[in-house]
Ligand binder design. Structure first.
Ligand SMILES: Cc1ncc(COP(=O)(O)O)c(C=O)c1O
Length: 392
């Protein structure tokens, strides 16, 4: 029996080391990393500047306490607020915790409106984490199964459907916020229609609701802007960030703007590790590297290259439905369960993960060379063509 609880359906591949977009298993086999630890290693593996920042900071000071001033946390908060156009940050260690903080801010917003039993509008097909509150917000019965009673106070509507929100508003007078991924990730890489996010902003303004964006998977440059909602002109009141913010070091943040940034007061929230000197130093270094190496532009360029190549190479494959997403957040949709294609891709030396229904996800590093980007597309196309040729 394993000493680990049985919570993952793991592939039998043990990676021993990585460099850039490449990973090597313990038998020396080399793989292209097509999913970057699920949208985490945006700068690739073993980035020398990240490795150096961690080593230097570990040699100087890793942790003190949020009972003391942490100048590096101030700097990381400043850098993050600058790129996000937000006012202030709470640091934490994961995406779920960032969303927990967002949901707590929504509850405090309810208090300012004298609402006793506040409700947050959440979406079908969404994913917000595995803590009790965030799994209750998540739109997946599979994620929730076995964990009732769920946290109360969520009204669920279909994604990309403004009328459904108008109907919810007519039915409930105790709504205080909307929590939504600007592009759904786990749900299958689903971008909404162009008028959706501005429509949400308008509804929140009309009803005095907080607009809360979960940018944990689609943020930090992945779609070609720092945050996916920045492809529009609207701003959220609250935003959660994690994953690529630490390039593999666990760090997350909940950001807020305007009145929403004033709601948390001393004693309302806290964390032992969140934003410690080591985590803050890594987040700062990640932001600097993305800025200095123009990696947002690169995410757009490489995303277009991979998506266009896949569309060309899969056009005649009867299993292929579409490529969707933005920048380096790419979903390749098939008309059947994509596990066989995923397995064939592994044989081709390409690692990727499924998402939602019938979709394989590509979330590679923004530091990919163009050759490696093309190689990802070629290997996936070859894998899909091999599966297509197999007897059903
Ligand atoms: C959109 C979104 N929100 C929240 C989370 C939860 O993040 P974490 O696993 O760091 O708690 C994830 C993780 O996949 C995510 O994709």
């Amino acid at each position: 029996m394993s000493a680990l609880m049985n919570i993952y359906a793991r592939l039998p591949i043990a990676i021993s080391h990585g460099e850039g977009a490449w990973l090597w298993d313990d038998s020396g086999r080399r793989f292209l990393d097509g999913f970057g630890g699920i949208a985490v290693t945006a700068l690739g593996h073993a980035h020398p500047r990240i490795a150096r920042a961690i080593a230097e900071q570990a040699g100087q000071l890793m942790h003190t306490s949020n009972a003391l001033d942490i100048p590096l946390q101030q700097q990381a908060g400043q850098a993050l607020c600058e790129i996000a156009a937000m006012d202030s940050a709470i640091f934490c260690n994961s995406g779920a915790e960032a969303n927990e903080a967002a949901l707590k801010i929504a509850r405090l917003h309810a208090r300012t409106r004298d609402i006793e039993s506040p409700k947050v509008i959440v979406m079908e097909n969404s994913f917000h984490g595995r803590t009790l509150a965030t799994l209750s917000a998540t739109g997946s019965e599979k994620v929730q199964a076995g964990f009732g009673p769920l946290v109360e106070g969520f009204v669920r509507v279909p994604f990309d459907d403004l009328d459904a929100i108008r109907a919810a508003a007519a039915q409930h007078d105790d709504i205080v916020a909307i929590l939504v991924e600007p592009i759904q990730g786990e749900g299958g890489i689903c971008p909404p229609s162009p008028d959706y996010l501005p429509g949400l902003r308008a509804l929140c303004d009309t009803h005095n609701w907080l607009l809360m964006f979960d940018e944990i998977q689609c943020g930090m440059g992945r779609t070609g802007q720092w945050f996916a909602h920045q492809h529009t002109t609207i701003k959220p009141d609250v935003m959660s960030v994690a994953k690529a913010l630490g390039n593999g070091f666990p760090v997350g943040a909940c950001l807020a703007r305007g009145g929403a940034a004033q709601l948390m007061q001393p004693g309302n929230h806290g964390t032992t590790y969140g934003g410690n000197p080591l985590a803050s130093r890594v987040a700062l270094e990640v932001i600097s590297i993305m800025r200095e190496e123009n990696l947002l532009e690169r995410a757009t360029l490489l995303g277009d290259l991979i998506s266009t190549t896949l569309r060309e190479q899969l056009a005649d494959n009867p299993l292929f439905v579409e490529v969707r997403g933005q920048g380096l957040m790419i979903g390749v949709v098939f008309n059947q369960d994509p596990t066989a294609v995923r397995d064939a891709a592994i044989d081709e030396g390409l690692l990727l993960v499924p998402a939602g229904q019938n979709t394989l996800r590509l979330l590679p590093a923004y530091t990919l060379s163009e050759d490696d980007a093309l190689e990802i597309a070629h290997r996936l196309s070859r894998a899909a063509n091999r599966v297509e040729g197999m007897p059903a």
